[in-house]
Design a protein around this ligand. Structure first.
Ligand code: SAM
Ligand code: SF4
Length: 330
């Protein structure tokens, strides 16, 4: 076993998020620009065997959990193969998906030991789903969530809450958690990325969300753990839970254990850090990548890629230069 990946703040990085592609079958407005989106050529993408080799290196460095993301991870033609390969490693495996194609992967997911999936769903209204995603897959997404639960998976619904877009529906999502123990909802504060027209006024903050939920439900805060991104709560008498990922107003950077690998094999030490280390090119040349991994994490900032407040002028310059969320991997 190699040395763990530790930064200068003593944080040990044990959670690897691998993006399989920057392409997607949806067009969520908060995730990708509506025009001029250039996707990566296929030859830039890590191949299934390269993903497995890099994942193995990270596992040897102490990674305990792997999440597949994208873009939409399940649109890759070799997604089954990748899931099966990664299932053979000694880590837990999970996915973040829009779930449209999940019915084709139920056996692969079970065989790979996947127990829980994060599914994006931002509205319970069909027309609003079309407005946000620019696609017509509302019914399929709901069916997929029902299927996953009936097949015994735990589903965490991710809802990006945007003022004036879907904030009126927050309590409808909380209501979903009342009777279903395997359904959890996480409200995510809208985050700034290149091309997503972010503005502080579009955020529904952690405090605003709690105040809104408090008008309809009484709830308790649940005990958190060091690496949690969400502050979790449960409606009194409810079976599932709800959480708030307050990246902008309630950051969780002090317990960060996340490593991100983009679909083109670039290492990012934070969603908001614009610096990257290319692992794929040296891997293809047969060179050692371990020293690149350690040195990149040694440069990790304490919070938000070096920014405390996203309204600072230089923070805006940085996130405008950052990748689009869809090409980082959420
Ligand atoms: N396609 C998959 C999906 O939608 O679940 C995985 C990729 S998506 C980029 C991963 C997560 O990032 C999703 O839960 C999505 O809601 C979230 N996300 C994307 N853009 C975001 C933004 N600007 N602010 C907050 N969350 C965002
Ligand atoms: Fe696709 Fe997920 Fe981004 Fe929506 S949030 S465009 S489903 S990658």
């Amino acid at each position: 076993m190699s040395q763990p990946i530790t930064d200068t703040f003593g944080r040990k990085h044990t959670y690897l998020r691998i993006s399989l592609t920057d392409k997607c079958n949806l067009r969520c407005t908060y995730c990708m620009p509506q025009e001029d989106m250039q996707f990566m050529p296929s030859k830039w993408l890590m191949q299934a065997d390269e993903i497995q080799t890099l994942a193995g290196i990270f596992v040897d460095m102490g990674v305990e959990k792997i999440r597949l993301t994208g873009g939409e991870p399940l649109i890759r033609k070799d997604a089954s193969q990748i899931i099966r390969n990664l299932g053979s490693l000694s880590t837990s495996l999970t996915l973040t998906t829009n779930a449209v194609f999940v019915d084709q992967f139920i056996d692969d997911l079970k065989n790979a030991g996947v127990r829980s999936l994060n599914v994006s769903l931002d509205t319970l209204n069909e027309q609003s789903f079309k407005n946000i995603t620019k696609r017509d897959h509302f019914g399929k997404t709901l069916d997929s969530i029902r299927l996953l639960i009936s097949e015994g998976f735990v589903v965490k619904i991710n809802m990006v809450v945007m003022r004036g877009v879907n904030d009126e529906e927050v309590n409808d999502f909380v209501r979903l958690t009342l009777d279903e123990p395997n359904l959890h909802v996480r409200f995510i504060e809208f985050m700034p990325f290149n091309g997503n027209k972010w503005d502080m006024s579009k955020i529904v903050s952690y405090n605003d969300l709690l105040a809104d939920i408090g008008t309809q439900f009484s709830f308790k805060k649940l005990q958190g753990e060091l690496h949690d991104t969400a502050h979790n709560f449960q409606v009194n008498g409810g079976k599932g839970t709800f959480g708030i990922i307050g990246t902008v107003t309630h950051p969780f950077c002090s317990g960060c254990n996340r490593i991100r690998l983009t679909a083109d094999g670039k290492l990012k030490n934070c969603l908001f850090d614009t610096t990257e280390a290319d692992l794929l090119t040296p891997l293809r040349r047969g060179e050692d990548v371990s020293s690149l991994i350690y040195s990149h994490f040694h440069k990790k900032h304490f919070a938000h890629g070096g920014h405390i407040d996203f309204t600072e002028k230089n923070a805006r310059e940085d996130y405008e230069q950052n990748r689009r969320m869809i090409s980082i991997g959420g």
